[in-house]
Write a protein that binds this ligand. Structure first.
Ligand code: NAG
Ligand code: NAG
Ligand code: NAG
Ligand code: NAG
Ligand code: NAG
Ligand code: NAG
Ligand code: NAG
Ligand code: NAG
Ligand code: NAG
Ligand code: NAG
Length: 458
């Protein structure tokens, strides 16, 4: 009798393990109803992709399963209201929630990590139950949702590849605690009241934050590529620990009257401060020493940069206020220095005829000096014709500048600067950086004509 029971049990176990092996490894398993879910319930680990059918039951509660070696996809389903699993813990691939207009309950209390967590076109769930300790994702994408908060997401200490929070018009707060972002961080198209808090972010590869009321980046030290902040209402923008930006630094259309980047030494691209209606001086850039270019357009009354030693490309300053154009000495500018301000008495238009290092003749907008410019232009043109194609092209750009002074100079400078940076391997503040190293993933980032030498993390 006992023997019979044992044999029976063994058969059941064997059968079970055969069945389980079959079920637990299936390239794609589609879950439509309770029967499909029951089939999976015996698997702790599933290898393959799990797809919630587009015509699934409204409530999908998935018990038992802990690990998915693959993706989990719930998409294009107008029936689903609840997606829950008390056991789901690790999903190595992508978790995609897409086009789920009636999702109100997302309960994953044991979820810890995913390769990618992607929300696309989903409403803010009324129930959003995530445990919050030790969360880890490589990529977080939140696009076109009605989320007001990223409820349940803290991402403490995580090192991430990509953060993309785009077109979430009701989003009020982003408060994520990741330490490093090895590729890009993009937060755009949120509510104008959005407060972005990245209190532990130390390094990012690219950082773009547009639209919002405040940006808090207390620990940010270095951005390997470009950094841009736009349309932020706050009266101050502060990145007090930032020392290095490897691409352009753009701050535009912001409400700031003060900038606090008082550790920033080197910007390998251009520093572009544009249309910040309250920003009148550069007192928050007290340590800025070497920049690829300068493009300052706005109501500046004082453009003194006390530590500035070199502008490797062009400098353009255009102020609607009275400004002393000698605040920045044209001798520091290796490219073209152009400055015009409201008050003619302080307007200067230094010409810079250095023929070394690709330096080019001056541009001026004032009618008074137009003839001088024309003469200079002709002489430069003559010299240039003896040189090659690239400079001939630059000459064409130069002519365009004269036609549409302020705007064209800016656009052009942005286009041209990366090329100018290419030749430079300037890195001015070596003592401050950790030893050479790499963030995972930064290697795969395309080098879009950026600086010749990047700051690499250890
Ligand atoms: C794999 O999943 C598909 C779709 O859910 C199903 O039709 C098929 O029977 C499964 N195969 C195995 C071996 O479990
Ligand atoms: C959901 O539908 C959209 C639009 O038809 C489509 O682009 C997307 O690929 C679908 N998602 C999935 C996971 O099939
Ligand atoms: C959300 O789903 C979980 C799991 O299915 C359930 O226990 C909970 O009661 C649901 N909450 C609401 C408010 O419906
Ligand atoms: C954004 O979401 C809305 C519904 O909330 C949808 O109608 C629209 O098509 C989505 N837009 C994109 C670009 O997916
Ligand atoms: C993030 O920073 C806060 C203080 O700003 C600190 O309390 C917390 O421990 C940090 N978290 C991690 C994971 O470093
Ligand atoms: C971020 O990167 C720096 C430099 O590589 C490293 O020292 C630090 O531990 C990283 N932080 C986290 C939270 O991974
Ligand atoms: C976000 O900022 C950009 C750049 O200033 C602006 O063009 C866009 O209209 C803003 N978007 C929203 C949703 O406010
Ligand atoms: C920056 O502005 C915020 C409000 O937007 C304020 O709370 C904070 O104290 C200001 N910081 C400085 C240094 O002025
Ligand atoms: C211009 O700004 C510099 C640096 O912030 C400051 O030291 C200087 O006093 C200012 N000059 C005037 C005339 O305000
Ligand atoms: C402009 O600044 C230069 C250099 O700081 C100074 O020598 C000159 O007197 C200033 N001119 C005016 C009009 O303030």
């Amino acid at each position: 009798m006992l023997a019979q029971v044992l044999v029976f049990s063994a058969v059941v176990l064997a059968l079970h393990s055969v069945l389980c092996t079959a079920q637990c490894n299936n390239a794609t398993t589609t879950l439509r109803d309770a029967a499909d879910i029951t089939q999976l319930a015996s698997c702790k680990t599933f290898t393959g992709t799990i797809v919630v059918a587009t015509d699934s039951a409204a409530v999908m509660d998935i018990p038992g399963l802990e690990t998915v070696q693959g993706d989990f996809i719930a998409a294009n389903n107008s029936l689903l209201t609840t997606l829950s699993s008390s056991t789901f813990s690790v999903i190595t691939g992508t978790v995609l929630f897409q086009n789920l207009p009636f999702l109100t309950n997302l309960t994953l209390p044991n979820w810890i990590s995913s390769g990618t967590l992607h929300f696309d076109t989903v409403p803010e769930p009324t129930v959003h139950d995530f445990q919050q300790n030790g969360q880890q994702v490589n990529n977080l994408i939140v696009r076109n949702t009605t989320f007001a908060f990223l409820a349940g997401l803290a991402l403490q200490g995580a090192q991430m590849d990509t953060l993309e929070i785009v077109d979430n018009p009701f989003l009020q707060i982003v408060n994520l605690q990741m330490g490093n972002i090895s590729q890009s961080a993009t937060i755009t198209g949120s509510s104008a009241d959005l407060v972005v808090m990245l209190p532990n972010l130390t390094y990012a590869y690219e950082l773009n934050i547009l639209n919002g009321s405040q940006v808090v980046l207390p620990r940010l030290q270095a951005v390997n590529g470009g950094m841009s902040i736009g349309s932020i209402k706050s009266p101050n923008v502060s990145a007090p620990a930032l020392t290095f930006v490897g691409g352009d630094l753009d701050i535009s259309d912001c409400g700031l009257s003060e900038l606090d980047m008082n550790q920033l030494v080197n910007v390998q691209g251009s520093v572009n401060l544009e249309n910040n209606a309250q920003l009148a001086d550069l007192s928050g850039l007290s340590t800025l020493s070497v920049v690829g270019g300068l493009y300052l357009v706005g109501p500046f009354t004082n453009t003194t940069l006390p530590s500035l030693r070199r502008v490797q490309g062009n400098a353009l300053i255009s102020s609607t206020q009275a400004l002393n154009c000698s605040d920045i000495s044209s001798t520091l500018v290796q490219g073209t220095y152009t400055c015009h301000a409201a008050s003619t008495s302080s307007t200067a238009s230094p010409l810079h005829h250095g023929l070394t290092g690709g330096a080019i003749g001056g541009i001026v907008v004032g009618i008074v000096v137009a003839l001088a410019i024309l003469a200079a232009g002709i002489s430069i043109l003559y010299r240039r014709q003896q040189r090659g194609g690239r400079e001939a092209q630059q000459q064409q750009e130069q002519s365009r500048v004269v036609e549409d002074p302020v705007h064209e100079v800016g656009t052009q400078q942005r286009r041209r600067d990366p090329a100018e940076k290419d030749g430079n391997a300037i890195f001015e503040v070596p003592g401050k950086w950790p030893d050479r190293g790499e963030l995972p993933g930064s290697q795969s980032q395309p080098n879009e004509g950026g600086p010749g030498k990047r700051y690499e993390l250890s």
